[in-house]
Design a protein around this ligand. Structure first.
Ligand code: AP5
Ligand code: MG
Length: 201
């Protein structure tokens, strides 16, 4: 199985991507998580990356493609956050084309609501928010590390990310045409997951 999960910011790519990966035994590849890992580890590359992502800009294709390829297995994967523009989609098509693209649809006003409540584990990447609350506030259920807000959750950076999504990422729906599965992302996490499972069969 080779999948992409696509959708506007906060539509649940990370949340549903992890559930799908667990159910079907896939590797969940979130390019956002890979980039944030470099930043946390304070590598030279991390410094360059944070100058792009903190403001909500895209990391240049050449750089992201290198990081992405290093983490891409031959089969059994779900991509979250990649490809994000036509040039990345064309690159992926050459190196390892996917079978299906899950597109999570969510109204824009819901994005601000969800991102305003999201916290993420710095260590294991677990996501909490609106309807997934940690048992102990501010502490990850899975690895007991501290939960944090992301640096790109300022109103300016969120607006930039949404604008870039519309301009650069939405055209991918035309690129993938019949491989796209549309899912109503404006339901509970469980209901979205049920719809995905039904449509993947
Ligand atoms: P990335 O980390 O991919 O961020 P994003 O695309 O902006 O998407 P988000 O992670 O914000 O949203 P999500 O859809 O994963 O939602 P989540 O499941 O967390 O990218 C970050 C940056 O990295 C980019 O801006 C760019 O700079 C760079 N980058 C990454 N990939 C790149 C690439 N290919 N090329 C160039 N640059 C790249 O859910 C959100 C919240 O909602 C959570 O709190 C969750 O608990 C909650 N939630 C989820 N589902 C539901 C539900 N059904 N009901 C209620 N609440 C829900
Ligand atoms: Mg995400």
């Amino acid at each position: 199985m080779k999948l992409i999960i696509l959708g506007i910011q906060g539509s649940g790519k990370g949340t549903e991507g992890k559930l799908i990966a667990e159910l079907y035994g896939l590797k969940h590849i979130s390019t956002g998580d890979l980039l944030r890992k470099e930043v946390i580890e304070k590598t030279e590359l991390g410094k360059e990356i944070s100058s792009y992502i903190d403001k909500g800009n895209l990391v240049p294709d050449e750089l992201i493609n290198k990081i992405f390829l290093k983490n891409l297995p031959k089969d059994k994967f779900i991509l979250d956050g990649y490809p994000r523009n036509l040039s990345q989609a064309e690159f992926l098509e050459k190196v390892n084309p996917v079978e299906k693209v899950i597109f999570l649809e969510l109204p824009e006003q819901e994005v601000y609501h969800r991102l305003g409540l999201r916290v993420q584990c710095k260590k294991c990447g677990a996501i909490y928010g609106l309807n997934v609350k940690p048992k102990k506030e501010g502490i990850c259920d899975k690895c007991q590390s501290i939960l944090e807000r992301r640096k790109d959750e300022t109103p300016e950076a969120i607006k930039k990310r949404i604008d870039l999504f519309k301009k650069e990422t939405l055209p991918l729906l035309k690129f993938y045409k019949s491989r796209v599965i549309r899912i109503n992302g404006n339901q509970t996490v469980e209901a979205v997951f049920e719809d995905i499972k039904k449509l993947l069969q």
